[in-house]
Design a protein around this ligand. Structure first.
Ligand SMILES: Nc1nc2c(ncn2[C@@H]2O[C@H](COP(=O)(O)OP(=O)(O)OP(=O)(O)O)[C@@H](O)[C@H]2O)c(=O)[nH]1
Ligand SMILES: [Mg+2]
Length: 386
């Protein structure tokens, strides 16, 4: 079972092995992986009708998605597909344009694959969706619904010498060009009418989805890996927690020595040492990261960029650079001169607590970093046939 092998590798701090375990599995292995497909687009574009067509249902049938002229779908709803195993279609409410005020939205994160349903022109909302999906390293098809209306309108405008094929080709080319302008590589565009799943590109869409499904399931599996690693990382964190008290005590005891600056130096020393231990234990030390970076074809710096624990260092240095730090050190020196023993105690006790707190923070950050590094390592790594 890849999941268990993956978890064992994480437990052993071998991130590179963890990723290889998954990459070595044949496609068929992922046939039972659930895949959540989100149907997204502007309000009224035909998303719910598209879901019904995919399910083989008519509007109003039991279990069919509700459709309508006014804003209809207000909450995301799941529709397990009757014949495609473990494929769950999600009918989402229409999304309005945000005019660039939005950052990467969280509401799309839980889906593995996307079908953007648009009609008429390619809009800003489509570009925004494309960016959001691509930012997550995920894939999508672009479905242009209500093609029957486009064809009908064109027929009326050009009754003589009218050719359906030319009109359809022009619409498709326009969608493809717009998607290429949004930096989509090899855009997949399908012109459909939700009224008739046998017409236009619906049959091609079915064929494409059937061909891509195992790849998409594999990608869905890969995206679930960081969360699969969570319980293992929690266990590892618990193990390392037992190793915090001693260095914090050492740091406190050293802080008791009547030497100005020793409490800071001790806290610093034990922090760096503990952090390196954590890196080794979780597989984030430089040799392990180098091996992982080589395996996934990314620079080490790209993996290190998502490690927040690396930024904890300035936090512990706060006592040196800023004004408050300088004042504290001056006070320590004055205390030592006036009351050497009380002054040491005043430095030793905070030293213990600072170290204890910082080591805890460091451990939590390294555990989180392991997930971040896994996600970054897997991002966009999979070569898909779409
Ligand atoms: N002619 C035609 N009409 C369609 C097609 N798809 C949907 N419609 C109509 O467009 C309207 C909106 O369809 P819905 O499926 O409810 O659209 P939606 O995107 O789910 O709408 P919201 O949930 O409100 O965002 C309904 O009146 C549908 O009957 C299509 O392919 N052709
Ligand atoms: Mg709807």
């Amino acid at each position: 079972m890849a999941m268990e092998e993956f978890q064992v590798a994480i437990h052993q701090g071998k991130l590179s092995d963890a990723i290889s375990v998954v990459q070595a599995k044949p496609l068929q292995y992922f046939s039972n992986t659930p895949i959540n497909v989100a149907v997204v687009g502007e309000p009224g574009s035909g998303k719910s009708s598209f879901v019904n067509s995919m399910l083989g249902k008519q509007p109003g049938d039991p279990g069919a998605a509700e459709t309508g002229i006014q804003a209809t779908t207000t909450k995301a709803k799941d529709y397990p597909h009757p014949t495609l195993p473990q494929v769950i279609l999600w009918d989402l409410p229409g999304r309005e344009e945000s005019f660039g005020s939005r950052t990467n939205p969280e509401d799309l994160k839980c889906y593995d694959f996307f079908i953007i349903v648009g009609y008429q022109r390619f809009r800003t909302i489509h570009a925004e969706l494309v960016h959001d999906i691509q930012a997550m390293g995920k894939r999508f098809y672009f479905v242009r619904a209500k093609t029957d209306l486009d064809v009908e309108a064109s027929r009326r405008r050009q009754p003589s010498g009218y050719d359906d094929r030319t009109v359809l080709q022009r619409i498709k080319e326009d969608c493809v060009t717009c998607l290429l302008n949004e930096n989509v590589i090899d855009p997949q565009v399908f012109l459909v009418s939700n009224w008739d799943p046998q017409s236009f590109d619906f049959p091609i869409l079915w064929e494409k989805l059937n061909n891509d499904l195992l790849w998409l399931k594999r990608q869905a599996f890969i995206f679930s890996l960081p969360s699969l690693s969570a319980p293992v990382l929690e266990n590892k964190q618990a193990t390392m927690k037992g190793k915090i008290l001693l260095p914090a005590l050492y740091s406190g005891v050293l802080g008791l020595l009547p030497l100005p600056g020793i409490s800071f130096a001790a806290a610093m020393f034990f922090f760096v040492r503990f952090r390196n231990q954590c890196y080794q234990f979780f597989g984030l030390d430089v040799p392990s990261l180098t091996a992982l970076a080589r395996d996934v074809g990314k620079p080490v710096a790209a993996l290190q960029a998502v490690m927040t624990s690396r930024k904890l260092m300035p936090l512990i240095l706060w006592r040196l650079p800023d004004l408050l730090g300088a004042v504290l050190i001056m006070m320590e020196i004055c205390w030592w001169q006036r009351y050497p023993y009380a002054g040491s105690l005043l430095a030793g006790v905070p030293s213990f607590f600072t170290s204890y707190y910082m080591l805890h923070r460091c451990l939590a950050a390294v555990a989180k970093d392991t997930q971040n590094v896994l996600s970054r390592a897997l991002e966009g790594k999979e070569k898909m046939p779409i």
